[in-house]
Design a protein around this ligand. Structure first.
Ligand SMILES: [Cu+2]
Length: 478
């Protein structure tokens, strides 16, 4: 805002009557008071006085929360809330998490999209499960800015579905965007008639095969919470799809969404959409600037993303309400270039072929990667997928099934080249990409110096459970 423009608004105040600020203290150039108080996630308490260390205590435990009005639902939680507490730090900080499992089942924590050492990745390939009553300390540096999340990597389809997930924001001190920020964790939950959790394996094979979508849509653990905004004053939403199987296609009436970031921080240049599609585990940063025409009460909705390509769309479902107050001036100012990417040179790179398929196991259809049906009990040192530190490769991931599979690679973010022959519209770092049926995803990845065992799988967690998961061994160069 220009110096002096506040005076201009003060001068106009008597004319602005009904749509003016609610009190004399209210600032035209700021979001309305308590604009995010109802909707924002809980923020983790930092136990360490060092400004470059975020040290937190996280307990996985049962909690009774009011998901539906007037009903207490026993959910699985981190520190008693859904989502788990927001871990907010800055690039280069050290994160120390003292984790304790008070659940009835073993669990682990995976730091989705964060460039951790393999031993900190929280999968059963690299650590023993944290048994009930036991603890584990996760300790690593946050090397990249961006929007990430954490969730269990054992029995994850059930545990994520029960409420175990939490957001991570790593800020970049040189971030070019100046806007108030809100983290929106989108998810869903399967509740029975009494408002209690359905068992994670309800509907058995059928649920695994198609992916279980919850009966209740959640935004930061709440059903249709409320947000306040002021016209012309952009808000930066960091949106995370933490559902076990559901894709979210979010739309804001009369308002464009300017995408500025994805899974791995800022994208090269801003992109404007009327809706935002996020497959499971994908993230986006969007700038939202409500026009004058949007003043009043509006409903942000989830449109049917048509995950099964049925072509018949279900009705929009409400996600959250926005009370838009008139009065702000201007529009979102976004630099044309958000982030510089070095030129891509693909000449002579080796190509790795991956096929997402179906495979019978004991006469029952399962899901597979290159013909192998993964099971949690497998011996990971026998992985057929080997790579070497320092190498750069192109992966070609063919979806040889009739349903969409969002592909996720642990440990190493990559650049998408194309999906189904269509070039990726913008340069960005990603770790999860939806592969439509019978189409091929191509991406390029470099293995930096973090040898170890890294999982890759479909992030419809029910599909991972049914076998669409494998391990990549990244070996040190001799
Ligand atoms: Cu899948």
């Amino acid at each position: 805002m220009l110096p002096g423009s506040g005076l201009l608004w003060l001068a106009l105040l008597p004319l602005a009557s009904a749509c003016g600020p609610a009190s004399e203290e209210e600032d035209w150039a700021a979001q309305p008071p308590d604009w995010d108080a109802e909707i924002a996630p809980v923020v983790a308490e930092d136990l360490n006085p060092d400004p470059n260390v975020l040290e937190v205590k996280i307990e996985a435990r049962l909690a009774e929360l009011e998901i539906l009005p007037g009903v207490l639902t026993e959910v699985w939680s981190y520190n008693g809330s859904i989502p788990g507490p927001l871990l907010r730090a800055k690039k280069g900080d050290r994160l120390i998490v003292h984790f304790t499992n008070h659940l009835p089942d073993p669990t682990t924590v995976h730091w989705h999209g964060v460039r951790v050492p393999a031993t900190m990745d929280g999968t059963h390939a690299v650590q023993d499960p944290v048994e009930p009553g036991e603890s584990f300390t996760y300790d690593f540096e946050l090397l990249d800015a961006g929007t990430f999340w954490y969730h269990p990597h054992i029995d994850s389809s059930a545990q994520v579905g029960y409420g175990l997930y939490g957001p991570i924001v790593v800020e970049d001190p040189d971030d070019p965007i100046d806007a108030e920020e809100l983290v929106l964790v989108l998810s869903d939950m399967s509740l029975d008639e009494e408002g209690q959790l359905q068992p994670g394996d309800a509907t058995e094979w059928f649920g695994d095969y198609f992916g279980r979508e919850g009966s209740v849509l959640l935004v930061n653990g709440q059903v249709q919470p409320k947000l306040r905004a002021r016209t012309g004053l952009p808000q930066r939403w960091r949106v995370i799809n933490a559902a076990r199987a559901r894709f979210f296609k979010m739309a804001v009436p009369d308002t464009d969404l300017i995408r500025i970031g994805g899974d791995g921080g800022l994208i090269e240049s801003p992109q404007t959409f009327s809706e935002l599609l996020l497959a499971t585990s994908e993230r986006a940063e969007v700038l939202v600037s409500f026009p004058e025409s949007a003043a009043g009460a509006l409903e942000v909705v989830a449109q049917d993303p048509d995950r099964f390509n049925l072509g018949v769309l279900e009705l929009d479902q409400p996600l959250f309400d926005v009370e838009v107050e008139a009065g702000g001036a201007g529009a979102a100012r976004v630099p044309e270039t958000l982030r510089e990417f070095p030129p891509l040179d693909l000449a002579g790179l080796p190509t790795r072929q991956i096929v997402l398929g179906e495979q019978a196991l004991d006469g029952v259809p399962h899901l597979s990667i290159n013909g192998e049906v993964h099971q949690d009990s497998m011996h990971h040192h026998e992985t057929p997928h080997v790579a070497y530190v320092g190498d750069t490769e192109v992966w070609e991931v063919l979806n040889d099934t009739d349903y969409a599979h969002p592909f996720h690679l642990h440990g190493f973010s990559f650049e998408v080249l194309e999906v189904g022959g269509r070039p990726w519209p913008v340069r960005e770092m990603k770790d999860s990409v939806n592969v439509p049926p019978r189409e091929t995803l191509r991406f390029v990845v470099t293995y930096d110096d973090r040898p170890g065992l890294w999982m890759f799988h479909c992030h419809i967690l029910d599909h991972a459970k049914l076998g669409m998961m494998a391990v990549l061994e990244v070996r040190p160069r001799e």
